[in-house]
Design a protein around this ligand. Sequence first.
Ligand SMILES: *Cc1c(COP(=O)(O)O)cnc(C)c1O
Length: 364
Amino acid sequence: MDRRSSAGVAAHVADPFRRPAVDLRSDTVTRPTAAMRQAMADADVGDDVYAEDPTVNALEAEVAALFGHEAALFVPSGTMGNQISLRLLAEPGQEILCDSDAHIVTYEMGAAAALFGLSTRTIPGGRGRFELDAYVPQVRPPDWHTVRTAVIAVENTHNRGGGSIQPFDELKALRAYAAEAGLSVHCDGARIWNAHVATDISLAEYGGLFDTLSVCPSKGLGAPVGSLIVSTRGRIASARVLRKRLGGGMRQAGVLAAAGRHALHHHVARLADDHGRARQLAEALDGHLNAGPETNIVVLDVAGEAHTLAAAARDEGVLISVVSPTRIRLVTHLDVDDDSIDRAVGVLTSLLGGAPGGANRAAR
Ligand SMILES: *Cc1c(COP(=O)(O)O)cnc(C)c1O
C-alpha cells in the first residue's frame, strides 16, 4: 500500500511505526497470500476475449462442475455477475422480487433499472431470510395490465442480514414453486462458500436450486479480483455478449483466475476458522450482539455511537464498519488470525464496556 494514495485508513495501515491494523470492515480487504501470488505469477495465460486463456477456462469449468451446472463465466465483480444474471432471466420491463436489504438493490447502484430496464420489488425479511409464503402473493402473472414477475432472487449468505444462511427447505420449496409458476431463480452467492462450510450442504446441492448463480472467490476466499456466473451453456454464451457490452471482457485474465483457483483449492475449508473467530467476537461482545453469527459476520447494536466507536477503534488500530448510526459490523476473513481477534476483543470491550465479567461496563 502506498502512502501517497492513501488518506486516513490506508495511511494508518501503512504506517511502519504502528502495528498493522486489524481490519474487520469486510472480507473484501484480504490480500493475496505468498502462495496465491506465486500461482498468479506462474499462470498460463491467453486472450480471454477470444476464450483462449487456459487458466480462465479451467476456473470456469471447475466452478461450473462444483455447482453441477454446464458452464460458467469469469467476470470482474460480483455486481457484474449479479446484474448480467438478472438480465439473462428477465426482459426489460419485467420485474425481480428480492429481499429489501438485498445487495442487488442496496449496493449495486440501481444497475438493474439503470442498465437493463428491469424493475425490482422488495420484500422485507428477518435478517434477509427467504420465506416462500411472503413472496407467493406478490408474484404477478402475465396479463395486459401488470408488470410480469420474471425472477425471484435470494442472497446466500445474506450480507446485511449479518451472514445469515438461507433455510434450505425454503430454497427447495422456492425451486418447486418457480418451476410450477414459470419463474426463474437467481442466487447472489457471493458468500455461498460460507453457507456450504457452515451447513455441509454441497455446492452442487445449492447449484441445483438456481437457474443462475453469481459466486465470488474475492470475499473470504481471499482472491483479489473476480466472480463467476454459473448457468446453462446457452445462458453463459449470452452472458459473454453482455459482459463484453459492459466492458467486462478481460484479456490475459488468467493471472486473476489463477488466484481464484488457488482460493478454491486452499481457502474453502478454512472458512470454518473464520466462523469460529466470529463466534469468539460475538461471545466477547454479546451484550451488544444484534444476532448470533451464523457464519463470518457479526453485527452489534451500539446505541447512537457507531461513528464515534469506529473512529475510536481505528485510533487503536481496529477497523470496523458502520452499518447505521446504531449498528456496526465485524467481518472475519483470511487476514484475521487469533492474535487479531484478541486485539479486537481487547479494544472493543474496553470501548464498549462489554468485557467478560463486566469490568468496564461503567466506563462508557
Ligand atoms: C460483495 C458482494 C457482492 C459483489 O460485490 P462486488 O464488490 O461487486 O464484487 C455481491 N453480493 C453480495 C451479497 C456481496 O456481499
